[in-house]
Design a protein around this ligand. Structure first.
Ligand code: AHR
Length: 481
């Protein structure tokens, strides 16, 4: 049997975990909105067309933010198309996904949906075809007090006297990507991001802004992009974004299970560029990382997808997740927790139907995919303080790393400081003995995840745990100081 040890103490901390680490994403893409969260006429839909069966799967996640309306979609989107009387809203071509956009769901519906689901909106503005003025006007429409301006009166007419008070905004999406509508060079983006940020913060100085980082670590401009954007925008932004999707196209399981090592490396690279610019500017201010798109995404690309163009909804990228994906998502979540000193926001991309933990049948039922379970566990038990670990575990060599650990883990001291949660993934094909040392306390819960959901295991001594081969586990300990 393999052997591992985690030494952890409630006094040795990485960081308080920002609740925004548990966020997600809904884009006007595929069936995320139409027949996903919004399906008027569905038997479970409320008077606004919001599917309550979907909301009841979203609520247990207790998500902090959901990012909207894109994604690539936002770079061709005019937010004004999605407000006002529905019969007057224009039907448009969505060039990002070559679908028809009926605009029957827009910013007002999204904010209403968020209120109902107990979530805060994180809104991306269009810096592709859009302008700084349009971005600032959207902030005004959403956040200005009733009666103050024409735009805030328009919001009242459209149903919300209360400002939406949206605190978190993204300055465009993946503007480095050649696929992006009106993609930009680093300096072109840096300038428009700076000017948009300036105007948006003049409208509402209380907002926080996320500048686009590279759309992946493989982009040819990765590094140059971050340096240019941060040099230009340091004083006006609060976060730089980081996006990554993980794949197993070669059917290389060991490498796939090591994707969290890749995520860690990417985070460290971006964080060190950010630190370099901070030093260069001799700044007291901090900029954090917003990992606002991450997930496993590759199953659909293995099959030919020939969904008719210019339809709505165009049912693309509906990933059927399996148990290996559950293990990878579990491991990625440990990495996000272990880097919570620099990563303050992270959005599982996406939430419903499109590369998502929740799936709906149009006119039918909704259900969850395997990756829902590790996400649920982290959302429930991963809040509080991330603790430092001294880990001893066997390693293996694969394409991702010469010494990839068979164990992925994170330890979280709960907000009440009375319990500690340990997330532990055994990636080996054999069982692994795990000894947890360095603190006083007793196990009160041991949950392991199957494709069908969490199942309880018998409580045991914390020095005598045996993690099953290929398993994702969550433990709870009461803590004696
Ligand atoms: O989440 C799906 C897509 O992936 C988003 O629209 C884009 O930002 C990324 O490339």
């Amino acid at each position: 049997m393999l052997k591992s040890t985690i030494k952890v103490s409630p006094n040795k901390i990485i960081s308080e975990i920002d609740d925004r680490l548990y966020s997600s994403f809904i884009e006007h893409m595929g069936r995320a909105v139409y027949t996903g969260i919004f399906e008027p006429g569905h038997e479970k839909a409320d008077e606004n067309g919001f599917r309550e069966d979907v909301i009841s799967l979203v609520r247990p996640l207790n998500l902090d933010y959901v990012r909207y309306p894109g994604g690539n979609f936002v770079s061709g989107y005019n937010w004004r198309d999605g407000i006002g009387p529905k019969e007057k809203r224009p039907v448009r071509m969505d060039l990002a996904w070559q679908a028809i956009e009926p605009n029957t769901f827009g910013i007002d519906e999204f904010c209403m949906w968020c209120r109902k689901a107990g979530i805060k909106p994180m809104i991306a503005v269009n810096l592709g075809t859009g302008t700084p003025k349009e971005a600032a006007e959207l902030v005004e429409y959403c956040n200005a007090p009733a009666g103050q301006t024409a735009l805030s009166s328009l919001r009242c007419e459209n149903g919300s006297k209360e400002p939406y008070d949206i605190k978190l905004w993204c300055l465009g999406n993946e503007m480095d990507g050649p696929w992006q509508i009106c993609a930009k060079t680093p300096i072109e983006y840096a300038r428009i991001a700076h000017e948009s940020a300036k105007l948006m913060k003049l409208v509402d100085p209380s907002i926080q802004l996320v500048a686009c980082g590279s759309s992946s670590a493989q982009m040819p401009t990765f590094g140059t992009w971050e340096r240019t954007v941060l040099r230009e925008c340091w004083d006006v932004v609060d976060f730089i974004s980081i996006h990554s999707y993980y794949q197993n196209l070669d059917n290389d399981r060991p490498a796939f299970l090591a994707q969290n090592e890749k995520m860690e490396e990417f985070i460290h690279k971006v964080a060190s560029i950010k630190d370099e610019i901070k030093k260069e500017k001799n700044s007291q201010k901090e900029v954090y990382l917003s990992f606002d798109e991450w997930n496993v995404w590759y199953h659909c690309s293995k099959e030919k997808q020939d969904h008719a163009l210019w339809t709505c909804p165009r049912p693309i990228e509906e990933e059927a997740y399996d148990f290996d994906d559950l293990l990878v998502v579990s491991s990625l979540l440990t990495t996000l927790i272990n880097n919570s000193d620099t990563v303050k926001i992270s959005c599982l991309a996406q939430l419903v139907n499109v590369i998502a933990p929740i799936t709906t049948v149009p006119g039918g039922q909704s259900y969850v995919r395997t990756i829902y379970w590790p996400f649920l566990m982290a959302c429930k038990y991963g809040r509080g303080t991330a603790l430092k670990q001294e880990i001893q575990a066997p390693a293996y060599s694969c394409k991702v790393k010469d010494e990839a650990s068979y164990l992925a883990s994170s330890c979280v001291l709960a907000k009440d400081r009375k319990s500690m949660y340990v997330f532990a993934v055994n990636k080996a094909q054999e069982d692994m003995a795990l000894s947890l040392i360095g603190f006083e306390g007793h196990m009160t819960m041991w949950t392991s995840l199957s494709e069908a959901g969490p199942k309880e295991n018998p409580i045991c001594q914390k020095e005598q745990i045996v993690l099953k081969a290929l398993s994702s586990n969550v433990f709870c300990f009461d803590i004696n100081y």
